[in-house]
Design a protein around this ligand. Structure first.
Ligand code: MSP
Length: 512
């Protein structure tokens, strides 16, 4: 059996603190893509989890006066509760402290150790180390003497380490990326990785003796495996590496590792080289998005700019939350979060846009047709709505296939704008006063309601909860989860006679 599952991953997050909206940005984008692929009728495996080993975690636990395992057991649910509230529908959740993962880490390490090329060897390491990154830096990397990512002092560390011979993989990596241009997206990140590899690769250290909180190396248990070999391996653990070959053949290589650009080097250089050394195919694609900025800087807990997702969800609701980040910030670029822009987006696109369209149409169906979808009898009454909807649905799918999350939503909102303008042009509320024009009113409202049905389908990957409510208000019998693109976007599937209900407003207006 070959690959028959769309496999997408988030990074595994460090549970040394609670999630902030930067982590949630990554989680929502992954979920949006995963739900879209389900809507296309594909089998999907969406993996997320927590990265629970390493010095950073051990220190956080010490600071809290706990042993590391008790500490991560306490922190990890605080991540899951956020994903549940944000409607993240992951298919698996991996913790690197699980036995299945520790077994897989030992397997890949042993496979590389035994590959006959001495890709793992012992040596000494001395370097400038950032605990927050769990990485060594050179003098040149530092900014004003501090870690370039966290802007915090680095420490000088020296110890006996095993190393991975990354330097031997530069040519193979270049060859691989030249032959598979889609393996790193967007293009600016691909170029960054290519020049990094062309600049020469240094071996990296894969073990530590200075602390115990990690997976012991199978051939030398005095050492514990050091973060990146441990963390990256989660992607194959969950796919059945070393435990379930049949499942592994169906899932691997992953279709997309969706990551933030700060961990590009590890995913696009270390990881494929590790896999090549172990005789495993590299992932099909690494997609690196930008940062959520707050006050012009990458938001982070260490800089005390962290905003917990619940602070926003409590006010805006989960649908508005998910929509805002994917729509406001061009996916792939950095973008600033601000409360004001979130209120504006909510009111313009959701309350006045989609919400208003739905409430007007459902209210008129209620007043003029006792809620029942009328028969469209007047030819041409739908104007260009069917073509606009069809064109936008096609563009939506094209963008989603290319992970163009922001323009994909733009395409859907072309339908919303056109439909609202259509109602203003047709004025069904004025025509309804004239009994002789009832056929026209019926045909206009049919077209508007049919547009809402298509919109409910198209927004379901980004706003699953609002889509479900709209679907119910439209009185649709088949479950929304059973709809499939492209078929479900085809015009004319709303059956006359369907009983709609006005229901509660989808997106109440918010004060600024
Ligand atoms: N544990 C590692 C990843 C190992 S993957 C095998 C890690 N964890 S993290 O919790 O620090 O970050 C997880 C993800 O959140 C990363 O993709 C990172 O880019 C993303 N973000 C953290 N802050 C962010 C913003 N302010 N904006 C957007 N994404 C950000 O790194």
């Amino acid at each position: 059996m070959g690959r028959d599952v769309f496999y997408i991953t988030t990074p595994i997050y460090y549970p040394n603190d609670v999630p902030h909206i930067g982590h949630a940005y990554n989680a929502v984008a992954t979920d949006f893509i995963a739900r879209y692929h389900r809507l296309r009728g594909e089998r999907v495996f969406h993996l997320t989890g927590t990265d629970e080993h390493g010095l950073k975690l051990q220190r956080a636990a010490e600071a809290a006066g706990m042993d590391p395992k008790t500490w991560v057991d306490e922190m990890e649910p605080r991540w899951r509760e956020v994903w549940a509230r944000l409607d993240i529908a992951n298919d698996d959740y991996i913790r690197t402290t699980e036995p299945r993962h520790e077994a897989a880490v030992q397997q890949i390490l042993q496979a590389v150790y035994d590959n006959g090329r001495e890709d793992i060897y012992i040596g000494h390491y001395e370097g400038l180390y950032c605990v927050a990154c769990e990485a060594y830096y050179t003098e040149d990397d530092l900014v004003r003497g501090n870690c370039p990512i966290h802007d915090r002092p680095v420490e000088l560390l020296r110890e006996e380490n095993y190393f991975f011979r990354l330097s031997a993989y530069a040519d193979r990596l270049l060859e691989y990326y030249e032959g598979t241009p889609s393996a790193i997206e967007p293009e600016v990140r691909r170029n960054e990785v290519l020049s990094l590899i062309q600049g020469g690769l240094q071996d990296f250290s894969i073990s530590r003796t200075s602390f115990r909180w990690g997976v012991p190396l199978p051939w030398d248990p005095r050492h514990v495996c050091y973060v990146w070999f441990d963390a990256l391996t989660n992607y194959i653990t969950a796919a059945g590496y070393g435990s379930d070959p049949e499942r592994f053949a169906r899932l691997w290589p992953a279709d997309i590792h969706l990551i933030g650009k700060d961990i590009l080097r590890f995913h696009a250089v270390y990881w494929p080289a590790m896999l090549m050394a172990a005789g495993v195919e590299p992932p099909s694609q690494v997609w690196a998005h930008g940062y959520i900025l707050v006050g012009g800087e990458k938001m982070s807990k260490t800089k005390l700019t962290g905003i917990h997702p619940f602070q926003l969800v409590d006010h805006f609701g989960v649908d508005s939350y998910r929509y805002y980040f994917m729509r406001e910030i061009q996916f792939g670029q950095d973008g600033s979060f601000s409360w004001e822009s979130m209120v504006d987006r909510h009111n313009a696109d959701l309350a006045n846009g989609l919400g208003n369209l739905a409430s007007r149409v459902l209210a008129m169906l209620g007043s003029y047709f006792e809620g029942a979808v009328p028969e469209p009898t007047v030819e041409g009454a739908a104007a260009d709505l069917p073509e606009v909807a069809a064109g936008a649905a096609t563009r939506f799918q094209e963008h989603m296939e290319a992970v163009g999350l922001t323009p994909a939503l733009g395409a859907v909102w072309d339908i919303v704008s056109r439909a609202n303008r259509y109602l203003v042009e047709k004025e069904p509320w004025a025509l309804a006063k004239d009994e002789e024009r009832r056929g026209e009113v019926a045909s206009i409202l049919y077209a508007a309601a049919e547009t809402l049905r298509i919109l409910a389908v198209l927004i379901s990957p980004i706003m699953p909860s609002a889509a479900g409510r709209l679907w119910e208000q439209l009185g649709m019998g088949d479950p929304l989860a059973a709809q499939r693109l492209p078929k479900a976007a085809g015009w004319g599937q709303l059956a006359p006679g369907t009983k709609t209900v006005k229901g509660e407003s989808l997106f109440p207006r918010l004060d600024s």
